[in-house]
Design a protein around this ligand. Structure first.
Ligand SMILES: [Zn+2]
Length: 152
């Protein structure tokens, strides 16, 4: 099984919010044999789509990489997959920005500003969900294909 390590880049005393500690604490996944890192992610996320095994590019050792295909991931895992910490933070930021616009009254007569803000916040989210959707589709396909091979 792959080794999972949390690295601390930012001083964890500085920020107590789980969002920031999550973002400042990337998780590194390493080969259990030679400890070469093969995956770096921001935050504590633990859900990956894949066949579940991987061959280390350094030592050629095969190991389980903690990934699963979409159809066998739990619903909580699916939520974490679609809404990791970074995405949650971004949505939160968009809500705060929206509230600020609302409170400062910027919304009267300044539609372009609101529009720009909406585009600014929505574009990465749309790109993210398209990207994740593609990954899920590939995972479901792999799963079906494997099922067919195993059934044959
Ligand atoms: Zn290795």
């Amino acid at each position: 099984m792959a080794i999972k390590e949390q690295e601390t880049i930012g001083p964890s005393l500085l920020v107590s919010g789980s969002f920031f500690t999550g973002v400042l604490r990337p998780t590194v996944y390493r080969c259990p044999n030679c400890r070469s890192g093969y995956k770096f992610i921001l935050g504590p996320g633990d859900v990956f789509l894949g066949e579940g095994h991987r061959t280390c590019s350094k030592c050629q050792q095969e190991f389980r990489d903690r990934s699963k295909e979409w159809p066998v991931i739990s619903s909580i895992g699916r939520i974490f997959f679609l809404f990791p910490m970074v995405v949650d933070g971004w949505i939160l930021l968009a809500l705060i920005a929206y509230a600020l616009f609302f409170y400062t009254g910027w919304n009267d007569g300044s539609t372009p500003v609101l529009m720009l803000a909406a585009i600014f916040f929505a574009t990465p989210l749309i790109a993210w969900f398209i990207f994740r959707g593609g990954q899920i589709a590939r995972s479901v396909n792999r799963f079906r294909l494997r099922g067919k091979i195993e059934a044959a």
